[in-house]
Design a protein around this ligand. Structure first.
Ligand code: NAD
Length: 371
């Protein structure tokens, strides 16, 4: 099998300290017969220093252009504008892309002919194995962040999640009880809040109703959800339709009906947001106030827990990366013979959109029917 060169750049998104591969995953790729270029300081923010990558057998390089010159580039966040100049037709990219919410990035990938695989749409029989680890972390973080934003010191209403003797607990509504929503609900229940879980999947609601992850369940119908949102101290958005723009479940009118100082944490913002008033924020400026409601809409929530998040992400990514590198080496990548272990991941190839939901979001671009 031909040797494939894998590039691991240092992340450039604001506040992002994760790295896609730990030194042990790099060692695995090298044992597998590939070459790995690691940008100096790529793992530093997550607590993995250059020496560890060097010991693992990687070549450390200073110049981002050299790392991006690899056959396959694996990274955490969607390429930022300055990184897009490295796109080229013989590059294979493997990262979170969230293209339905990233028209400029989509245009650049299509124009360059880069073959782009998205972590968040890779599918197996359990669901979305490369999104799940970060959703788990983001969900846990959303409970902590949401509770903290409710303090008056943070501009919130001054409501404590668990209430007190004679004072009812805060009301939280979690929209989308998948991986992120479930972890958020668990965290909020741990703080003794009253949690209502909303989903369109009745079976999922049934399971949560039975196992007690939430205090109450609500099918996702606009009028009914609106009633809960109006009463809520904290709303967490975590609804997802894979590959597509997030469904807007909470309207602006419903946001305006919330009590002043209430808080919205919209995790689904990376796919465009499931609250009408949500717009992307960064870890440097995570919140804004609209209709007197605090909005926290950070697109890389796990980026502030880089040690845990990098270890979890790398463990999930490494086996699929090896498969992808093998497919690239064998000329199978992006063809009908591609490994089923990469199912659903291909988003862009040869200037066309290869994922149906992404293609639906951008009808102006050519679409293809590759796997
Ligand atoms: N902001 C961040 O840093 C960050 C980090 C990780 C994940 N996320 C995002 O969190 C979101 C959730 O991810 P996940 O892994 O939990 O997804 P998931 O697929 O596990 O769960 C999504 C849930 O949303 C439900 N849903 C779909 N449409 C709905 C609707 N109209 N109303 C109510 N529920 C609906 C689905 O039935 C499912 O239960 C995604 O957008 C993901 O990208 C954000």
């Amino acid at each position: 099998m031909a040797t494939v060169t894998i590039g691991l750049p240092k992340e450039t998104k604001q506040g992002e300290r994760r790295v896609a591969l730990t030194p042990s995953a790099v060692a695995l790729a090298i044992q597998h017969g590939h070459r790995v270029l690691v940008q100096v300081d790529a793992g530093r923010g997550a607590g993995f220093d250059d020496t560890a990558y060097d010991t693992a057998g990687a070549k450390l390089v200073d110049d981002p252009a050299e790392v991006w010159g690899a056959d396959v580039v694996v990274k955490v966040k969607e390429p930022q504008p300055a990184e897009q100049e490295h796109f080229r037709s013989d590059l294979t990219l493997f990262a979170y892309l969230h293209l339905a919410a990233e028209p400029d990035l989509t245009d650049a990938l299509v124009a360059s002919g880069t073959r782009a695989y998205a972590f968040e749409t890779l599918t197996d029989r359990h669901g979305l194995p490369l999104l799940a680890p970060m959703s788990e972390i983001a969900g846990r973080a959303a409970a902590i962040v949401g509770a903290a934003q409710l303090s008056s010191a943070s501009g919130g209403s001054g409501t404590l999640m668990g209430g007190a003797a004679g004072v009812p607990p805060a009301k939280a509504v979690v929209i989308g009880l998948g991986v992120a929503g479930t972890m958020a609900a668990r965290g909020l229940r741990g703080l003794d809040a009253h949690v209502t879980g909303v989903d369109i999947d009745l079976q999922r609601l049934y399971e949560h109703h039975l196992d007690g992850t939430v205090d109450a369940t609500q099918i996702s119908e606009p009028e009914l959800v609106g009633g809960h949102v109006r009463e809520a101290d904290l709303v967490i958005g975590a609804a997802l339709v894979p590959g597509a723009r997030a469904p807007v479940v909470v309207s602006e009118e419903q946001v305006a009906s919330m009590r002043p100082g209430s808080v919205i944490v919209d995790l689904a913002i990376d796919q465009g947001g499931c609250v009408a008033t949500a717009r992307p924020t960064s870890l440097a400026g995570p919140t804004y106030v609209e209709h007197e409601v605090v909005h926290y809409c950070v697109t890389n929530v796990p980026g502030q827990f880089p040690r845990t998040a990098s270890a979890a992400l790398s463990a999930a990514v490494a086996p699929r990366l090896l498969q992808l590198a093998d497919d690239v080496a064998a000329g199978r990548a992006g063809t009908d013979d591609e490994s089923p272990r990469l199912a659903g991941a291909l988003n862009v190839a040869s200037g066309a959109l290869a994922h149906p939901a992404v293609a639906d979001a951008f009808p102006q671009h050519p679409r293809s029917d590759t796997p």
